[in-house]
Every structure is written in C-alpha cells, then in structure tokens.
Design a binder for this molecule. Structure first.
Ligand code: SAH
Ligand code: SF4
Length: 347
C-alpha cells in the first residue's frame, strides 16, 4: 500500500499549528500534540488521550509517526539487552541497553548498515541501505528508556551513538534527534550524557564545531599510522591522519571540549609497543582521552583480540606517558551485542 502521509516528526511546533488552523482546529492543540511526540513520546495518535477522537483521526489521515517497533530482545548474562528494531519499511537495526552499577546506557544506530567498510566491523559488511529518520533515531532512545525502567527500574542516564552506521553521514537527522533528546520540550537529558562516535570525517567534525554541538565526540582511531589505518579502515585513504588532527584541533579550539579516541586492540595488527608509541606521539597535538577497547569477534578470522599481555603492555605504556586512558571491556558478548557485532542477523 502506498502511504503518502507525512512523518509528523519532521514538523516543527509552528508547522503543526499551521496545519491545525488550516483544518479549523484550535492552534493550542499543537502544543499538546508536540508533547505527545517528544516529551512523553507515544508511537500512535490513538494514544494521545487528551485529544478528541476527531482530531486523532484527522492526524491519522494526514500523518504517520515514524517510530520503531521492538521486534526481538535478547538478554545477556551480564544484563545487557540487545534489541532488534523493526522500521516501517521492514528493515532492522539494533540497539542495546547496557545497565551498570552507576548508570544505564542506550547504544543506538544511525543508519541501516554502513558503507565505510572498516574490515573488522560486522556492520561494515552489510553496505548501506539507508539513513534513519529523526523519529527512528529518537524512538530507539524512547524504547530503551522504557525498557530500562520496566526491566531494571533504572532511569536512562547515557546515550552513545555507537550502534550501526556512521552518524556523521546522517548529520541532520542525528543532530535533530539529539536536540530533542536534550531539549526541555523533549526528554530533557543533558547533552554531556550523549556521545557521538565517528570513524573520523574531518569535514564533518569541523561542521560539528561550527554548529557548536555540546555532546561528547569520540573518534575511532585504531591506529596512528596512516599506512596501517588505511589497511583496515579504507576511509583513511581519503581522510588521512593529518587532516583528522587538523579537524580535531579546530573542534577543540572552537568548543573547548576534549575529544576521546577509541582504540580497538587487535592482535598483531595495532597492539605492539611501537603502535603505542605512535599513538602517544599523535596525541601530543591536542588534549585527548583514550578508550582502549577489547576487540569482539565477528567471525572474520583475520581479526583477533589482543592477548592479555599485549593489552596490559599497551595500556601501561600510555599511562606511563601520563595520558588519560580508560579500558573498556566488552558487555553482552554472549548475545553479539557488543560494539562491531551488530549486523541485524535476524531476517
Ligand atoms: N561508525 C561509527 C559508530 C559505530 S561503530 C564509528 O565507526 O565510530 C562503534 C564503535 O565500535 C567504533 O569505535 C568501532 O570502531 C567499534 N567496533 C567496530 N567493530 C568492532 C569490533 N568487532 N569489536 C569492537 N569494537 C568494534
Ligand atoms: Fe561503519 Fe563504524 Fe563499522 Fe566503520 S566501524 S564500518 S564506520 S559502523
């Protein structure tokens, strides 16, 4: 069935007002509708109980709410929950709820697949199907927030854009969705609790700085050597480490924010002492934090996680250089919910 209805989540409050006055409805209803969409979000007009039945049908005839539907959940031994979200065209993306002692984090997707082709990443193998809409991004947060409350009685405290896709290649929708997550007329979360992870696209990082974003920026570095980085991250051929560092300096100067590097340790590829030295050298250019991440298997035999000895040696070296280093051991590995394992396996 061809659906010509417009996605109401792309409309501003004023645009909803205009629609209402054109159809003879009271303009003040727009505020109520807007609250149902963004503040106490519901995924159907039927649930907007303070609106008349007529108005609800009118909305339903003209608009859709492009939300996501939970298709499947898997719970890990460590309480991590992986969700498969079904989109209205049938495509699937994944999101993860990661509860811990002091926080609960939603990891969400920004695209169906990804076309950047990082060799170690399961999502990269899918290619890109399409960008997610504002609502498809926003409602992943809403669904995970509801789940955290229902399952664990926890408020959602953090959001990371580290699921499927490259968020900076779906720039407008990601930024609008995050604006509503942090807006007082939306979910009201502090932007400091949102982290966008990017493969590192210099031009887009500069754009973030120009747009004065206030969320955290994490960059997937994985090697500070151009030749090496290009060998498993083809994006580095067009956007090399020199251009990247220039963009990071720009971002840092404009926003005053310290960027985080993510560094995935893969055996024999980027985990030697020399790799650590190159990383330390590269990091001298700007204030930085480093997250050292354990590699999660994706079934591709070329990539393996580092041995404990190599891992410890790498971390110890960086700490010895007085760098800010965090170690991120993986969660939800038994259900393939860890970073880089998300590939929408279920058909
Ligand atoms: N496209 C963005 C965000 C999604 S990927 C990016 O690349 O940053 C989120 C993080 O998972 C990235 O740091 C990515 O490098 C990492 N990742 C990819 N494959 C992984 C794997 N197999 N094990 C652990 N982390 C992986
Ligand atoms: Fe895309 Fe990020 Fe995976 Fe690279 S690591 S293929 S950019 S999702």
């Amino acid at each position: 069935m061809l659906d010509n209805r417009q996605d109401i989540l792309t409309l501003s409050l004023d645009e909803i007002k205009v629609f209402l006055t054109k159809t003879g409805e009271k303009a003040f209803r727009a505020k109520q509708i807007y609250e149902w969409l963004w503040k106490k979000p519901v995924n159907s007009f039927e649930k907007m109980t303070n609106l008349s039945k007529d108005l609800r049908s009118l909305l339903n005839e003209n608009f859709i709410i492009q939300a996501v539907e939970v298709d499947d959940q898997q719970i890990s031994k460590d309480k991590t929950i992986k969700l498969a979200f079904r989109l209205q065209d049938g495509a699937l993306v994944e999101g993860v709820l990661i509860p811990s002692e002091d926080r609960s984090t939603a990891c969400i997707s920004s695209q169906v697949g990804c076309n950047l082709g990082c060799e170690f990443c399961a999502t990269g193998k899918l290619g890109l199907m399409r960008n997610l809409s504002i609502g498809e991004i926003f409602f992943q947060v809403v669904e995970i927030m509801n789940l955290a409350r229902e399952k664990y009685d926890l408020p959602l405290t953090n959001i990371v854009l580290m699921g499927m896709g490259e968020p900076l290649l779906n720039y407008d929708n990601v930024l609008k969705a995050m604006a509503m997550v942090s807006s007082e007329s939306g979910l009201g979360m502090s932007p400091q609790r949102i982290t966008l992870s990017t493969v590192g696209l210099p031009r887009m990082i500069k754009k973030l700085a120009d747009d004065k974003v206030r969320f955290n920026l994490a960059i997937s570095l994985h090697s500070a050597n151009d030749k090496k980085r290009s060998s498993f991250m083809p994006v580095n051929n067009r956007n090399n480490l020199g251009e990247l560092s220039e963009a990071i300096k720009y971002f840092n100067e404009k926003t005053g924010q310290r960027v985080t590097f993510e560094y995935l340790l893969m055996e024999g590829l980027n985990d030697s002492l020399n790799d650590a030295k190159e990383l330390a050298e590269y990091c001298k250019q700007f204030p930085i934090k480093i997250n050292i991440i354990e590699y999660n298997s994706t079934g591709d035999k070329r990539f393996k996680k580092s041995s404990n000895e190599a891992f410890d040696q790498f971390v110890t070296f960086l700490k010895g250089r007085n760098m800010i280093v965090n170690v991120r051991r993986s969660r939800g590995m038994d259900i393939a919910a860890a970073c880089g394992q998300l590939a929408g396996k279920k058909k």
